[in-house]
Design a protein around this ligand. Structure first.
Ligand SMILES: [Zn+2]
Length: 313
């Protein structure tokens, strides 16, 4: 339980019974999401303590008990789920937010919501062959988006401040990598790599003001700027003068409909089963559940080589 900013307490609760159209999932683990950073650090608008298991929402595990009216989810089925409360040994989940995992995936970490988020961002980016796509920020999400843009046939320019992340981006299919430093230098470098042109698609995957500004500057006239970063720690400013002049399409690529998130997880399961995406490679730091505080700190501090922390039960 998140008892307060920066403070985790281990609490014992009764194992909940699934109601109609619900299952209880025994979690094997959950990813730690960058979107949980504000609630971990503390902001005036949060109320503590959070409910047990919250804000874990990238859980995977197996079905442990099945409520009435549930078809096709037997006890023992390995699953990824879209549900809050996954920093726990078990939780009750709506059956339509549960995605079975094929046996072939073994016991590797599967932070379904995070992977599905990448697939939904790619869907709203409309990547196509022949495009030049810039991805600003290569964390877990940026790395997935690089892979999906490259898979769609686009030429991907990955931009990150971390040399390690640029290596990851190349492995995921980026044709070019650029160090994230001054905006003017980066815009010049990208033009140089792209016959003087800016980018057809730019995905901002950091969630901070400066990368958002840079992403706008990198988007060509009538191009599409896709905001994938999580900008929920306060307001942002935008250069509407530039966006307006260039006639940019702006997409805020976060999904709020649970069934859209679930569809993203299904697409991710298909990709991982088919063997062209490896989530284990992107889950760089693992902590046992009783070390959740360290996992959340790792997300804040982002030590060298960090893409995503997972907690395992
Ligand atoms: Zn997440």
């Amino acid at each position: 339980m998140l008892a307060g900013p920066g403070r985790v307490e281990l609490v014992t609760c009764p194992r909940p019974e699934p109601g109609p159209n619900e299952v209880r999932v025994a979690y094997a683990g959950s990813g730690v999401c960058g979107s949980s950073l504000p609630v971990w650090q503390g902001r005036p608008w949060f109320q503590y303590p959070l409910a047990p298991g919250v804000p874990g929402h990238e859980g995977w595990g197996h079905v442990e008990a099945v409520g009435t009216g549930v078809d096709g989810l037997a006890a023992g089925t390995r699953v990824a789920v879209y549900a809050d409360g996954a920093f726990a040994e078990a939780g009750v989940v709506a059956a339509d937010c549960v995605v079975p995992l094929p046996d072939g995936l073994g016991d590797q970490p599967f932070p379904g919501e995070a992977l599905g988020c990448g697939f939904n961002i790619a869907a709203r980016s409309d990547f196509r062959p022949g495009q030049t796509v810039a991805v600003v920020g290569v964390g877990f999400l940026g790395a997935v988006v690089v892979a999906l843009a490259a898979r769609a046939g686009a030429r991907v320019v990955a931009i990150s401040r971390r040399p390690f992340a640029l290596d990851v981006a190349r492995q995921m299919g980026a044709a070019e990598v650029v160090a994230l430093d001054g905006a003017d230098r980066i815009v010049g470098a990208v033009r140089e790599l792209n016959d003087g042109r800016l980018c057809d698609r730019v995905v901002e995957a950091v969630g901070a003001q400066e990368p958002l500004d840079l992403a706008g500057q990198l988007t060509r006239e009538r191009g599409r700027l896709v905001i994938a970063g999580f900008h929920q720690d306060g307001p942002r400013t935008v250069d509407l003068q530039l966006w307006n002049w260039r006639g940019l399409d702006i997409v805020n690529a976060h999904e709020r409909d649970p069934q859209v998130a679930v569809a993203g997880i299904r697409a991710a399961v298909d990709a991982v089963s088919a063997g062209w995406l490896d989530p284990a490679q992107l889950c760089t730091h693992a902590f046992s559940l009783d070390r959740l505080g360290e996992a959340l700190d790792a997300m804040v501090e982002r030590p060298d080589g960090f893409l995503k922390a997972v907690v395992t039960t």
